[in-house]
Design a protein around this ligand. Structure first.
Ligand code: SAH
Ligand code: SF4
Ligand code: F3S
Length: 437
């Protein structure tokens, strides 16, 4: 049997897509290789969000030349956002790539692989307005048997000025809610205890009468023992009705990822984010009102077009106000084809972007540590996930707020809920002790 080795870069949605790809290919008679050595194909599912994400993939493709020199039969295919963005240009620039396949074309992979086996090169990059892969049961590649991703919608049409996603993922479309609930129920029956509903902007999920809040309630009501998470929310669409549904379902996790991007109204407007700092802070207040114990995380970009020191200070100020539990922090990277690339200057020098980014990182590190110190002494229900990376004597799990807690294993078993008291912390991890049942 010909085997395929899958490598995945980028966001959670790409990881979820790789599981769909795994399912399509095993359905077509391919095996999934656990090492590169046994594979006839290596498929790299790629990210195009920033230049460094693409450089990492190009580096990997070039590194694979050495393996191909040893094993001529090894073929490389590029999937995902970089395939969509660069299309057949990618095969011209990286000559050892045999085919490219965009995110809406995965059903055609068996044909593409057949073409490549017949000695051709191939590109399939058509975007779709309807494809959701709703009927495909993903193979759980990265799974620990406890926690799984469920993709509920695809695409994005918010067109933030800096962002390539609307061009690589196409128009927004939502998946039939019954197939989502069915997938979550089947996971629960197989022992899974946590699902994360995924979309670029889950708040705009809609299928007929079912909006995101209704969908969340439907999934949460499968069983109180099933935890439900979601990502990502766009601040402009974070509704009170969603917060109410969260408040009335204890198994919807108390963690909201609410990317802010900048603390300056001038930047937000240039970025086409469609909200102001005041609006954003009102949404933060609403979260704290409905869900006092909710953790809040964010994404931020340093050094977007024309960003001044004053704009940057406004971002730091916003971080001090909100006091995020975690943040993904990035330097602005110009992406060809976006509004910003066409109409705005990438005029903040790289060294200045780095300085601003480092300031945000330092501030956020301090805030995360202070937030974690407030956790010491509290007790949480933790979904035990497995052994700590540092020591076999210790296990780790997460609380509803998505914070990792490490504790001495005692009689705890992975895949079950246990009460843990927090005794100590770092900026990234809580250290705790297992309590009796
Ligand atoms: N759909 C999500 C995020 C998708 S991309 C949302 O809208 O919140 C994840 C993050 O990457 C974004 O939130 C943004 O902070 C960052 N990002 C996107 N494009 C970028 C670019 N050109 N340069 C730097 N960071 C970028
Ligand atoms: Fe990109 Fe904006 Fe869409 Fe998020 S909402 S994926 S940042 S365009
Ligand atoms: Fe990257 Fe595409 Fe996700 S660009 S962040 S893999 S949607």
């Amino acid at each position: 049997m010909e085997k395929v080795f899958l490598e995945t870069y980028g966001c959670q949605m790409n990881f979820a897509d790789s599981e769909v790809v795994g399912s399509i290919l095993t359905g077509a008679g391919y095996g999934l290789a656990s090492t590169l050595e046994e594979a006839g194909f290596v498929l790299i599912n790629t990210c195009a969000i920033r230049d460094n994400a693409e450089q990492r993939v190009r580096h990997r493709v070039r590194e694979l030349r050495a393996t191909q020199n040893r094993r001529q039969e090894l073929r490389i295919g590029i999937l995902g956002c970089m395939a969509e963005r660069l299309q057949s240009r990618l095969m011209e620039e990286e000559e050892n790539v045999s085919f490219v396949c965009g995110p809406d074309a995965y059903r055609r992979l068996p044909e593409l692989l057949a073409q490549v086996r017949a000695g051709q090169k191939a590109a399939e990059v058509e975007l779709s307005t309807t494809e959701t892969y709703a009927d495909i049961e993903p193979v759980r590649l990265a799974s620990n048997g406890i926690s799984a991703y469920i993709s509920i919608m695809r695409g994005c049409q918010n067109y933030c000025a800096y962002c390539v996603v609307p061009y690589t993922r196409g128009r927004e479309r939502s998946r039939d809610p019954q197939t989502i609930v069915g997938e979550a129920r089947s996971l629960f029956e197989r022992g899974y205890r946590e699902v994360t509903l995924l979309g670029q902007n889950v708040n705009s999920y809609r299928d007929g009468d079912t909006g995101f809040a209704e969908l969340m309630a439907m999934v949460a009501e499968i069983d109180p023992q099933l935890r439900v998470r979601f990502a990502t929310s766009h601040p402009k669409d974070l509704s009170d009705s969603l917060l109410q549904v969260m408040a009335s379902h204890g198994n919807i996790c108390r963690c909201i990822h609410l990317p802010v991007q900048s603390g300056s109204d001038r930047m937000l407007k240039l970025m086409n984010r469609k909200y102001t700092v005041e609006w954003y802070l009102d949404r933060i207040d609403a979260i704290r009102r409905y869900l006092p114990d909710c953790s809040i995380t964010t994404d931020v970009i340093a050094g977007f077009s024309t960003e001044t020191e004053e704009d940057h200070q406004a971002t730091l100020e916003l971080f001090r106000k909100v006091r995020y539990d975690y943040a993904y922090m990035f330097k602005y990277s110009l992406r060809e084809g976006t509004y910003a690339a066409k109409h705005l200057a990438d005029d903040v020098p790289d060294a200045e972007k780095t300085r601003r980014l480092n300031e945000i990182i330092a501030l956020q590190g301090q805030i995360a540590l202070e937030n974690n110190r407030l956790e010491v002494g509290k007790e949480y229900e933790v979904l035990v996930e497995g052994e700590s990376h540092r020591s076999k004597e210790r296990l780790f799990g997460r609380n509803s707020q998505n914070k990792v807690i490490v504790f001495d294993r005692g009689d705890a078993v992975a895949g079950t809920y246990r009460r843990v008291r927090v005794n100590d912390c770092t900026a990234a991890t809580l250290l705790g002790e297992l309590l009796g049942d």
